[in-house]
Design a binder for this molecule. Structure first.
Ligand code: LRH
Ligand code: MN
Length: 431
């Protein structure tokens, strides 16, 4: 019988772990109480936190230099959904999967819906793909899709997006994410204004084709695969497009899509302030779009981003409804373990942001007390919130330590038996 999840008894198999957690949690709760923070309120907030998993990160990722697949890789949409459901079971915080079309083109909608029902999974934003030419595709996107001077190629790209929207509607998704690789490698190759106007015009047809309850997320990126000019290069370009389209169009912030030392939390605050922050692709990076595990390189930046989000959440900003999604490439780590680690990092950054006393901070900001203002943030960031997020997972039926339970379950070894590796010739579609 295929192992699709871990027996709940497994999660409670470690009484000593439970006892140690109970001690750590009550110690922290007592300490926070002395600082006027109710631990259970933070736990409740973390319990409400949810993030969508990218279907493409459930198999091993790679670079142009190579890919090192591991045992028991998911080979089909169903197997990716099974692994996603396990991440949700162990964290209690990942109830939706974000599909990429055509990488995850459903062959049988009834079967996919039945799988989702069985696994307790929903579908978040669907992702289009005009950065690769598909087998049998008549016109190439080599020199761009929506920005292409060829009306026929732009039409082909629009038709693809209408197809992606139809798939999303079939699966109950309520958003589409549009990331365009469109750009140029050499000065003179592309009209810098003409390309942008063509993209805007094509997006208008996509926007008009989405149901009224849907949102259109525009994802900017400074470079790669274009290495001179990318049409939707930064948050400003994305914002201009979102404002030209309408209320349901917003900007998606992929943390790796910013040039080194860009103040990403400032970009988030700007977009939040004008109701144009649609959502996130969480990951981390040292140099470029490295798609590393969120919180692994710049955890303080991740905290500062969540600080801006919790400020907006508590202020009940009318348009505050960010779609939290992960976008990573797991080249070296077991994809499930990497996602368990990522969800934990996001839960921790969110919990730390909930520890900030906004009134105290505002007071120091208004009085110009630079040291105390910074210390108010740092105190929250430097608090070990692991007992709070573990408790939130436990209260959602998840594991105190998801990676430990996953490793003890033998799930991957079982999958290695059930999922013999695909013949090497069939290179994975997502690279
Ligand atoms: C582009 C990107 C985009 C996805 C792709 C997998 O770099 O971040 O969000 O379509 O990665
Ligand atoms: Mn992305």
């Amino acid at each position: 019988m295929a192992l699709t999840n871990i027996a709940s008894s497994e999660l409670q198999r470690y009484p000593e772990v439970e006892a140690a957690h109970d001690r750590d949690f009550s110690d922290l709760a007592e300490r926070l109480q002395r600082e006027g923070v109710v631990a259970d309120a933070v736990v409740a907030a973390v319990q409400r936190f949810e993030v969508a998993l990218p279907s493409w990160a459930l198999a091993t990722g790679g670079t142009r230099f190579g890919r090192f697949p591991g045992p028991g890789e998911p080979r089909t949409l169903r197997e990716k959904m099974e692994d996603a459901a396990l991440v949700h079971q162990l964290t209690g915080a990942a109830p939706r999967i974000s599909l990429h079309i055509p990488w995850d083109e459903p062959k049988d909608f009834d079967a996919v819906r039945a799988d989702a029902e069985r696994l307790g999974l929903g579908f978040d934003a669907v992702n289009s793909n005009t950065f690769q030419d598909q087998p049998g595709q008549s016109l190439s996107y080599k020199l761009g899709s929506f920005s292409n001077p060829s009306a026929a190629i732009r039409r082909q790209a629009i038709e693809h997006h209408l197809h992606v929207i139809e798939i999303g509607k079939e699966l109950g998704a309520e958003a589409i994410t549009v990331w365009l690789a469109d750009g140029s490698n050499y000065p003179g190759q592309m009209s810098l204004r003409g390309s942008f106007e063509r993209v805007r015009d094509c997006l208008q047809e996509v926007y008009a084709a989405t149901p009224n309850e849907w949102r259109v997320f525009i994802e900017h990126k400074p470079y790669e695969p274009a290495f001179y000019a990318t049409v939707v290069q930064d948050w400003g370009s994305s914002l201009v497009l979102a404002q030209s389209l309408g209320e349901r169009a917003q900007c998606l912030v992929d943390l790796g899509h910013h040039l080194p030392n860009t103040n990403i939390e400032l970009v988030v605050a700007r977009l939040l302030g004008i109701g144009k922050l649609g959502g996130f692709h969480f990951n981390d990076s040292k140099y470029g779009d490295d798609d590393l595990t969120a919180g692994s390189i710049k955890p303080y930046v991740l905290f500062l981003i969540f600080h801006e989000l919790v400020l907006a959440e508590r202020e009940r900003l009318p348009w505050f409804n960010p779609a939290y999604m992960i976008d990573q490439s797991h080249n070296l780590k077991d994809p499930i373990e990497a996602l368990l680690q990522t969800v934990d990092q996001l839960q921790q950054a969110y919990a730390k942001a909930w520890l900030v006393s906004h009134e105290t901070l505002a007071g120091f900001q208004d009085s110009g007390d630079v040291i105390m203002a910074e210390r108010t943030l740092k105190r929250a960031y430097e608090t070990d919130v692991r007992p709070l997020v573990a408790e939130a997972r436990r209260r959602r039926g998840g594991a105190l330590d998801p990676i430990a339970v996953f490793r003890a379950s033998g799930y991957r070894a079982q999958k290695a038996v059930e999922r013999p590796p695909a013949p090497t010739s069939a290179a994975p579609t997502h690279l």
